[in-house]
Design a protein around this ligand. Structure first.
Ligand code: NAP
Length: 481
């Protein structure tokens, strides 16, 4: 360090701790530097201080920033701050990175952690971290921490987001960053070389990538069934009887669309697994890739399931408010009054009572299991389950849920399946249409669990290949005795 730089450091140095003079400065390995005193810089600095690091901020205006920074940190000019630590976090927007060029000498051999993100994908020809490396070739650039937000850093170690992704060319530099991340309470995942930086920079810009297809399916199904039921229900009543029941759109129609979409989406959640099993049976091996569409479908099963749970939940809510609806209360009162006025006697019908109770009970049990499936898809719950427990809940109980909800819908239809008045304008009601897919899935699943098919599929999943016995006599031992 030249004498001029030393005097610059002395004049620029702003200690934020009244005890700073008395407390000896931590060694360089325990000191980290943060360039930039903005939102992320300040939050990161605070977290570093809490973890026991000495923090030196590098700022364009160290004097005016001192009051904003966490208690115990130092703030210096960039050049002086760079010399005080081996590891420097760059919490500055990429557009301003050229301020680092004149600091090339001070940054030689230092580890620069690029925290930057962009406003949109492919905003620049190269990744920000690669750009930083090209500006300061003598430093070791590591991309990392950019998937955290200033807010989550401030929340402290209790925040749920505990993973940070890093990449870079130098193993030592990455180890230094991993050590800091670990001390801050994060688990750092090394993603490889700096060429991966663009991917890491795209992470925060993702907009529900795995939810897109399930969301489109649910919106498409809801819209299609809404219009279908509107025609069969409201428009049909108006055209054939001149009756205006448009008020039923808000609750009755919605309460028909929700269970229909829910049941179809639940079937769509289990259909790809069944199709994959049949494909493996047909091919006689598990060592061939599934077609891309099936792969994509399988990857969004969790989202399909959660959306279907959402629709089921709405169905439950709509059903619970039925007794307090004005139209329902009106008709119940009307009916009671007319029975009294006409002195009519109505008989209790045990068959109807059995039907009603069974229908409701299957719905309640199905919904209970639905909720269980939803809970066991939460990452924290998945981590607490063994693979066998998880597959028991998601596969066995999942198919049971589908069975219960399908049976609930069949019971809802009950004797209306055979009544010609059900088929208004020769069209089947929505609940009949929605039974097609779950019935197919359940039938296919039933085929798969028959002992002879199940034995073959289990062997295939354990590595057995049809035809391999002829190809290699050593493989002739069955995998399952
Ligand atoms: P910010 O609040 O705008 O702060 C940026 C800091 O950069 C300023 O406080 C300033 O510090 C410094 N700076 C501004 N212009 C400069 C220039 N021309 N030359 C040198 N330094 C300059 O931004 P931020 O939200 O902290 O974000 C910083 C970086 O982290 C960005 O690249 C962002 O994409 C990334 N990031 C932010 C978050 C977040 O939650 N905020 C999360 C992940 C990643 P001085 O005035 O002290 O020099």
């Amino acid at each position: 360090m030249t004498g001029q730089e030393r005097s610059e450091e002395k004049s620029e140095c702003v200690s934020l701790s009244p005890m700073m003079e008395a407390v000896p400065a931590p060694p360089e390995s325990e000191r980290v530097c943060v360039f930039g005193t903005g939102d992320l810089g300040r939050s990161l600095g605070l977290r570093l201080l809490q973890a026991g690091y000495g923090v030196v901020f590098g700022s364009r205006r160290p004097h005016s920033r001192s009051s904003l920074l966490p208690h115990g940190a130092q703030v210096l000019g960039h050049a002086a701050a760079a010399q005080s630590a081996h590891l420097i976090f760059i919490a500055v927007q990429r557009e301003h990175y050229d301020f680092l060029v004149p600091l090339a000498n001070q940054l030689k051999g230092k580890v620069l952690v690029d925290l930057s993100n962009n406003l949109r994908k492919n905003q620049y020809p190269e990744a920000n971290a690669e750009y930083l490396q090209s500006l300061v070739p003598g430093a070791e650039v590591v991309k990392g921490f950019n998937t955290l937000s200033a807010w989550s850093l401030q929340n402290g170690p209790s925040d749920a987001n505990r993973q940070v992704y890093i990449c870079g060319e130098s193993v030592e530099a990455k180890q230094a960053v991993i050590a800091v991340a670990t001390k801050l309470g994060f688990s750092a995942l090394d993603q490889g070389f700096l060429s991966v930086a663009r991917e890491l920079e795209d992470f925060p810009l993702q907009l529900f990538p795995q939810w897109r297809l399930p969301l489109r399916i649910s919106i498409g199904l809801s819209a299609a069934f809404f219009f279908y039921l509107l025609i069969r229900y409201v428009i049909y009543a108006y055209v054939t009887q001149g009756e205006d029941i448009s008020f039923r759109i808000m609750v009755s129609l919605a309460n028909q669309v929700c269970p229909i979409v829910s049941l179809i989406m639940l079937s769509l959640c289990y259909l790809p697994g069944v199709l994959a099993s049949f494909l493996q049976l047909y091919r006689g091996t598990k060592y061939r890739r599934f077609p891309n569409w099936l792969d994509r479908w399988m990857l969004c099963r969790k989202q399909l399931g959660l959306l279907s749970l959402g629709f089921a939940f709405l169905h439950v809510l709509y059903t619970l408010i039925i007794p307090i609806r004005y139209s329902v209360m009106f008709w119940v009162t009307e009916h009671t009054v007319s029975v009294i006025r006409e002195n009519r006697t109505t008989m209790f019908d045990t068959t109807t009572a059995w039907h009603d109770d069974s229908y409701l009970s299957l719905g309640i049990l199905g919904f209970g299991l639905y909720v269980l499936l939803g809970i066991t898809s939460l990452p924290s719950v998945i981590n607490a389950l063994s693979w066998r427990e998880f597959s028991f809940v998601q596969s066995k109980l999942g198919h049971l849920t589908l069975l219960l909800c399908t049976a609930h819908t069949y019971l809802y239809g009950w004797n209306r399946f055979l009544s010609s008045s059900t088929y208004k304008w020769y069209t089947p009601p929505g609940y009949m249409l929605c039974l097609v897919l779950p019935s197919v899935v359940l039938l296919l699943k039933l085929l798969l669990i028959t002992p002879c098919v199940d034995r073959t599929i289990t062997r295939i999943r354990q590595g057995w290949e049809r035809g391999a016995d002829q190809r290699n006599p050593k493989d002739s031992q069955p995998l399952i005795p």
